[in-house]
Ligand binder design. Structure first.
Ligand code: HEM
Length: 213
């Protein structure tokens, strides 16, 4: 089987199913009453966690490719990013429906007055243009450079997600700090550019791969 067929027939469906595991566990726990005394709060927390985890995993794709030379991982990036956005939408919907019962005025007031909500909302809104322009058609329409520049907003969104988390925890800041450190590490890999020798080594690997077809 060719690599592209393998990606389409096996790789993508497996990753897709794996991405549905967190939401399936939440649904299973709802039906089995395993969400504790405050199920809404528990769902908000879990979906918030997964939004951030998916954002960081999406940001990890390019460093993983650079580190291992596995070009194929890039083919899963769009799906992972769209899952980050989807978990974010579920997280936000729980807040709109169960925390505020669709009270638009109260939601707007919350967004304006509570800094952690302001930052969370901004982070989610930043993902909207990225989700819309994630198709091949939009890459062509915008051109690679402009598309790349636009999609750098994902860093701002992830940083906002970490700040949102840091701001909302009352005492134990360990988890948001761990998320923050992972984000900083992922950003640091972007700043690192191989020197002349590294670039030459990368070119050799690229040429070797090209000659293997
Ligand atoms: C990219 C967007 C977002 C990310 C990455 C994110 C992430 C998170 C995380 C990690 C948590 C804490 C989970 C835990 O305690 O284990 C959380 C909680 C929460 N988020 Fe978000 N969030 C986002 C957007 C939003 C939006 C748009 C809203 C509402 C306007 C929102 C409202 C909340 C609320 C109400 C909580 C629970 C606060 C508490 O119980 O004290 N989030 N979010």
């Amino acid at each position: 089987m060719s690599l592209s067929k393998w990606v389409r027939r096996i790789g993508k469906p497996v990753i897709f199913a794996a991405c549905l595991v967190p939401v399936s566990l939440i649904v299973a726990d709802i039906f089995q009453g395993r969400l504790g005394a405050n199920p809404i709060e528990e769902i908000t927390h879990r979906t918030g966690d997964w939004t951030l985890i998916f954002l960081l995993v999406t940001l990890g794709v390019s460093p993983l490719r650079r580190l291992t030379g596995w070009g194929v991982v890039v083919q899963f990036r769009r799906m992972l990013g769209l899952f980050a956005f989807s978990y974010g939408l579920v997280h936000f919907s729980i807040y709109v429906v169960f925390d505020h019962f669709f009270d638009l005025a109260a939601i707007l007031e919350d967004i304006v007055k509570r800094p952690y909500v302001t930052v969370g909302f901004t982070s989610l809104m930043l993902l909207v243009p990225l989700a819309i322009t994630s198709t091949k058609g939009w890459v062509k329409r915008l051109g690679g450079r402009r598309w790349n520049r636009l999609h750098q907003l994902v860093y701002v969104s992830a940083a906002g997600g970490v700040l949102h988390y840091l701001w909302l925890v009352k005492a134990d800041t360990r988890r948001p700090i761990v998320f923050g450190l992972v984000l900083v590490a992922l950003l640091a890999t972007r700043l690192w550019r191989p020197g002349k020798r590294g670039r030459r080594a990368e070119a050799v690997v690229r040429d070797a791969k090209a000659s293997l077809g």
